[in-house]
Ligand binder design. Structure first.
Ligand code: XMP
Length: 491
């Protein structure tokens, strides 16, 4: 079928990614020539179509610098106060290397009682008002006689080589190698504050990731980063903090974006900060999209209840299958030059291909990224597997921390959950698995004869690309089947 007939007004069904399948087209170019550069908003270009979701178990500074280094972007969550959120944006802006370490810092009079005090770190920084006084390496500590109650300030090394947090990756790696160091404190050049611990392991990890395209860097030469805000009056103060911190785009975080509150907020943002791009949502219909576009949205976020941790469709009886939602919103948004983010429900590279071909310019991911090293939180063990916690922003647990405005529960004392708390498997670093995922997406585009995201949109709209709905049996056949067991791929 052509997309127009499959998603026609008279079809009463709403489909999601797994329901539909594209028919292969004609290949006349190699996989590597597929170009995944795209637009997040009217004014923000990305090298890869990947956006990390504004959720407190997915996106803080570490995720943001890594996504920007890959050529995508991250949206910092707003389950915090404006000052803290702006601090996370500043932290992204202060870094040029895709990592944010969490060095162990002690004061002059502290003691190291056990080797566990080092955690995974090779050293402890000794500071006064965040300024570096010296370093105690694990070796220094081990060399101490049995009396381990000596104050760190008394045996730390004072002559420590330091690097600047503004170093590029190559500068920091060269400095480390030239001075035969295993690790290097990176300090802020303005106030000397200790920012990071850069180690030879980081060099190896970062060198190992394939380059996908240009990193996402703004006119200021710093990593691009976005932030989520709500629509309540006090969010204007949050916005001011974010703008001062240098945020590049804001996402109005709401589960039903077509509201007078959001339309007013879009207008306010555009009026007050004309250079700041604003993304509206979430929406699933052309009618909702038109309202947000007319209010001035520079991008649209599509999805209602499609997320892995969402219960909105069950609780509120509203939403739409994600393939239909992406297609319907994109059809109207593309005519007005407004890029669409397909948000939620991405579980594999095939879903990304489907979202992009159906009209989205980027995909926003929560569960797909939540098990990575870069997501906030620590790994735990569950049934013999290494997992990280992942929770919906509408879960009671997250709302108790403050995210209830997204679900319009702000004036009510009764909190109704629209999401759950769960866990996802360890996936390692996004620097490794996103490049693999993008290579798989390129192969999908090659099979469809689409050398770019834009060309895929055109091929679908002109009915050159055709798709069908899969029956339940066809879906089962399209997955792994009839094996006694198989090794599930890590991603
Ligand atoms: P995935 O499938 O990538 O979905 O894990 C992430 C998206 O889900 C949305 N989200 C929620 N939706 N209740 C909902 O109905 C929730 O608690 C919730 N938390 C996040 C959000 O759009 C996110 O990007």
């Amino acid at each position: 079928l052509s997309s127009a007939s499959l998603f026609s007004k008279t079809n009463p069904y709403s489909y999601t990614y797994d329901d539909v399948i594209f028919l292969p087209h004609y290949i006349d170019f190699p996989t590597d020539s597929v170009n995944l550069t795209t637009k997040l908003t009217k004014n923000i270009n990305l090298s890869i179509p990947c956006v990390s979701s504004p959720m407190d178990t997915v996106t803080e500074s570490y995720m943001a610098v890594s996504m920007a280094a890959l050529g995508g972007i991250a949206i910092i969550h707003n389950n915090n106060n404006g000052v803290d959120q702006a601090g996370l944006v500043r932290s992204v802006k202060s870094r040029r290397i895709p990592f944010v370490s969490d060095p162990i810092v002690m004061s002059f009079n502290d003691c190291i009682h056990s080797v566990d005090d080092f955690g995974d770190s090779p050293c402890v920084f000794v500071t006064d008002s965040n300024k570096l006084l010296g370093v105690v390496s694990k070796l220094d500590w081990e060399r101490l006689s049995d009396n381990k109650s000596v104050k760190v300030g008394e045996y730390m090394s004072k002559s420590v080589l330091k690097g600047l947090s503004s170093y590029s990756f190559e500068q920091a790696a060269t400095f480390l190698a030239a001075n035969k160091l295993d690790y290097l404190p990176l300090v802020n050049e303005v106030d000397g504050e200790v920012m990071d611990l850069f180690t030879s392991d980081d060099v190896e990890r970062i060198r190992g990731f394939p380059k996908l395209g240009a990193p996402s860097v703004g006119k200021d030469g710093k990593f691009l980063v976005g932030a989520a805000i709500g629509t309540r009056e006090q969010e204007k103060e949050r916005l001011e903090h974010l703008v001062k911190a240098g945020v590049n785009v804001v996402v109005l975080d709401s589960s039903q974006g077509n509201s007078i509150y959001q339309l007013d907020m879009i207008k306010y943002v555009k009026r007050t900060y004309p250079d700041l791009d604003v993304i509206g949502g979430n929406i699933v219909t052309a009618y909702q999209a038109q309202n947000l576009i007319e209010a001035g949205a520079d991008g649209l976020r599509v999805g209602m209840g499609s997320g892995s941790i969402c219960t909105t469709q069950e609780v509120c009886a509203v939403g739409r299958g994600q393939a239909t939602a992406v297609y319907k919103v994109s059809s109207i948004a593309s005519k007005q030059g407004v890029p669409v983010i397909a948000d939620g429900g991405i579980a594999n590279s095939g879903h990304i291909v489907k979202a992009l071909v159906l009209g989205a310019s980027t995909v926003m991911m929560g569960s797909f990224l939540a098990g990575s090293n870069e997501a906030p939180g620590v790994y735990e063990s569950q049934g013999g597997h290494r997992v990280k916690k992942y929770r919906g922003m509408g879960s009671l647990e997250a709302m108790t921390k403050g995210s209830d405005a997204r679900y319009l529960g702000d004036t009510s004392k009764l909190k109704v959950a629209q999401g759950v708390v769960g866990a996802v498997a360890d996936k390692g670093s996004v620097l490794k698995f996103i490049p693999y995922t993008m290579q798989a997406v390129k192969q999908g585009f090659q099979d469809l004869g689409a050398p770019s995201v834009e060309s895929a949109h055109k091929l679908l709209q002109s009915s050159v690309l055709r798709l069908e709905v899969r029956t339940g049996a066809a879906q089962a056949e399209g997955g792994v089947h009839d094996l006694l067991s198989y090794a599930k791929k890590p991603f």
